[in-house]
Design a protein around this ligand. Structure first.
Ligand code: JO2
Length: 120
């Protein structure tokens, strides 16, 4: 996997179903909460790949205060019909955590392995 994926600190199903804080795997910054998960196309999570051939397990959230969107919105290769994406980085360390999707509304698709349950 690429250097932006910390890898083995993935959140588990139990944590995702609770009202747990979720932190950046790179620096421990608070990113979002399990209770802010939403379904898109019938599921909270989606296995997707980008034009570079990288496979991601993406979790959808309605809010992610710990990320900042970067670059112009693009509709190319979008995983969610009707939504354009921008890259979403950790506001603290800059790790690429996922994407901010903008359509009629806004949501965040964050890479599961880049989120951890504890700061330490
Ligand atoms: C979001 C990235 C992506 C795409 C990407 C960098 C460059 C390009 C990146 N479908 N975007 C989505 N690009 C995702 C995608 O909905 O493919 O992974 O197309 O030039 O985020 O690193």
């Amino acid at each position: 996997m690429p250097d932006q994926t910390p890898g083995d600190a993935a959140i588990d199903e139990t944590a995702l179903s609770e009202d747990d804080a979720l932190y950046c795997a790179g620096c421990g910054h608070l990113i979002t909460r399990g209770r802010w998960r939403i379904r898109r196309n019938g599921d909270h999570e989606h296995t997707v790949f980008n034009p570079a051939g990288i496979v991601y397990r993406v979790v959808c959230f309605k809010e992610a205060p710990g990320v900042a969107a970067r670059g112009d919105p693009s509709g190319e290769f979008t995983w969610f019909k009707g939504y354009a994406w921008r890259i979403a980085d950790c506001t603290e360390c800059g790790l690429h955590l996922g994407w901010r999707f903008e359509g009629g509304d806004v949501f965040f698709g964050l890479v599961r392995t880049n989120l951890i349950q504890r700061e330490d």
